[in-house]
Ligand binder design. Structure first.
Ligand code: FMN
Length: 347
């Protein structure tokens, strides 16, 4: 018998397979199936900053009886002074935000009541907004950890690298002031000096970094001359970028590393663990599975067990990081970006 258990974000996981944040982790029924199928942990669908603002606006306009009575009271105040107007508006907006947040909090508490694997909540932020407050409420609802999903596209010509990067540090700093549960950061790779920034981020006291989120990507329809979106789901060959950075960062960062993107089978899970990942996040593989979303979980787990048995590994720690940059004889294999000899031999 092999032991697949591991530690991730200070939590005990029975195996390193984490079902990543997505629509698949947004209802209690799916969460129960995920747990039954053997996942080590789950990251809930993110609560999005944009969504909160949108829902708050919608709620403020709604026919909800509770809201109607507030709107009536609000009208009275509006006719008084500007000062009261601002106060009342802020009060109503907070009330509406609370309404939206409560849906998410009840998913967390329901999950904690119904499944025994760790439940990691997720918030998507791009400004400092209300994250301290949201994070605190998420902690109180019982989440075991919190993943901050922050992915800024540095496309603003008026902002330099430092200004963009500071957003990440400020969000972490603000959130960490208010919660004691482990916090991890899921991010992209648009940093001017990726290695140094990841190291500095890992020194902020976060428990983990998830490398990397897979962004929404635009495409162009050349017949209808329209901008469209490209593949929403990853393919099983898309893991190399994450593998490279997991291998380069492993043993250097001050926090755990989770690999994300393109992990669709036990072979890739094992590659990421050999590169030094503490856990792996899987999403697209479930969406792409035509039969049953989550029956790939037991298949991946038994693939891992067979591989470990055939290599005489009894636990994950026997082989984790064995092929990280720190441990390989030829680190250039991870750092090389030009094919050199390979290119020159192809005619
Ligand atoms: C339909 C869908 C919804 C997603 N929603 C979220 C989300 O709410 N929060 C988040 O951090 N990532 C979200 N993601 C990104 C995934 O968690 C994951 O990082 C990405 O898909 C790469 O992993 P994969 O190759 O296994 O799909 C979503 C992905 C998909 C396909």
């Amino acid at each position: 018998m092999v032991d697949l258990s591991c530690k991730y974000l200070g939590l005990e996981l029975k195996n390193p397979l984490v079902v990543g944040s997505s629509g698949l982790t947004s209802s209690i029924d799916k969460l129960k199936t995920i747990a039954q199928m053997g996942a080590g942990a789950v990251v809930l669908k993110s609560i999005f900053e944009e969504q909160i603002k949108y829902e708050a606006d919608k709620f403020l306009q709604s026919d909800n009886p509770e809201m109607k009575s507030w709107q009536k009271a609000f009208q009275g105040i509006v006719s008084k002074t500007e000062f009261y107007y601002d106060e009342a508006f802020e009060y109503l907006t907070n009330y509406a935000k609370e309404h939206t947040l409560n849906h998410y909090l009840s998913l967390i508490s329901e999950a904690k009541k119904n499944i025994s694997i760790p439940v990691i909540a997720s918030i998507n932020c791009s400004t400092q907004y209300d994250w301290q407050y949201f994070a605190k409420r998420i902690e109180e609802a019982g989440a075991d950890a919190l993943e901050l999903n922050v992915y800024l596209l540095p496309s603003d010509f008026d902002k330099d690298g430092i200004e963009n990067e500071n957003v990440y540090f400020s969000i972490i700093e603000e959130v960490k002031k208010f919660v004691t549960i482990p916090v991890s950061l899921k991010t992209g790779y648009y940093f001017s000096s990726l290695a140094q920034t990841l190291l500095k981020l890992s020194e902020t006291g976060i428990a983990g970094l998830t490398l990397f989120n897979r962004p929404y990507n635009p495409d162009i329809d050349i017949e209808n001359l329209q901008v469209t979106s490209s593949n929403m789901f990853s393919s099983d060959t898309e893991y190399s970028h994450s593998l490279r950075w997991v291998a380069l960062m492993s043993g250097r960062l001050k926090c755990n590393i989770a690999a994300s993107t393109g992990i669709h089978n036990h072979q890739t899970v094992i590659k990421q663990l050999l590169a030094g990942a503490d856990a792996v996040h899987l999403v697209s593989v479930f969406y792409k599975n035509p039969s049953h979303h989550f029956d790939v979980l037991p298949q991946i787990l038994s693939g891992m067990e067979n591989w470990m048995t055939s290599h005489n590994y009894k636990s994950i720690s026997d082989f984790k990081g064995l092929l990280s940059r720190k441990n390989v004889h030829n680190p250039a294999s991870y750092e090389r970006v030009q094919f050199l000899r390979l290119f020159s031999s192809i005619e």
